[in-house]
Design a protein around this ligand. Structure first.
Ligand SMILES: [Zn+2]
Length: 140
């Protein structure tokens, strides 16, 4: 049976705030073991190589922003910090390309949804995704 699509109001961009070399397995493990999450943090995770991992179907919520998941889709690139752990836009050209591709498709499917970064939500103390997603994707 087909699952009906949810109403989507926000398309949210994240970084993993981990070294660019972090693996999907390591990130999933961290969510499970350290955070105790049964549901992944994002719908799609993008490696430095541009390889995209589908973690949660868009029909289901993922764990991207507490209190804002019911009506959001979340995409994240692996990286987002420098060698000292400070926020830094570490997106590779491949990650930039895939982010654009995914956000374009999501915006097409949900034209009224707004594209924002995790940090654009109120009371978020993070730099995630380490660049101004609202500005960069305003043209979509
Ligand atoms: Zn985030």
């Amino acid at each position: 049976m087909e699952i009906p699509m949810r109403k989507i109001t926000h398309l949210v961009v994240h970084c993993t705030a981990s070294p660019a070399s972090a693996t999907k397995e390591g990130i999933l493990n961290y969510w499970r073991e350290t955070r105790g999450w049964n549901v992944a943090g994002y719908h799609v995770l993008i490696e430095a190589s541009g390889l995209c991992h589908r973690l949660v179907p868009n029909e289901h919520p993922s764990n991207g922003v507490r209190g804002h998941n019911a009506h959001s889709l979340h995409v994240s690139y692996i990286g987002g910090i420098d060698a000292k752990g400070k926020p830094k836009d570490t997106r590779t050209p491949q990650q930039k390309r895939e982010l654009l591709r995914i956000l374009r498709a999501w915006k097409q499917a949900h034209p009224k949804a707004v594209i924002v970064g995790h940090r654009d939500f109120p009371n978020v103390q993070k730099a995630c995704p380490s660049f101004d997603a609202r500005k960069e994707y305003a043209h979509l």
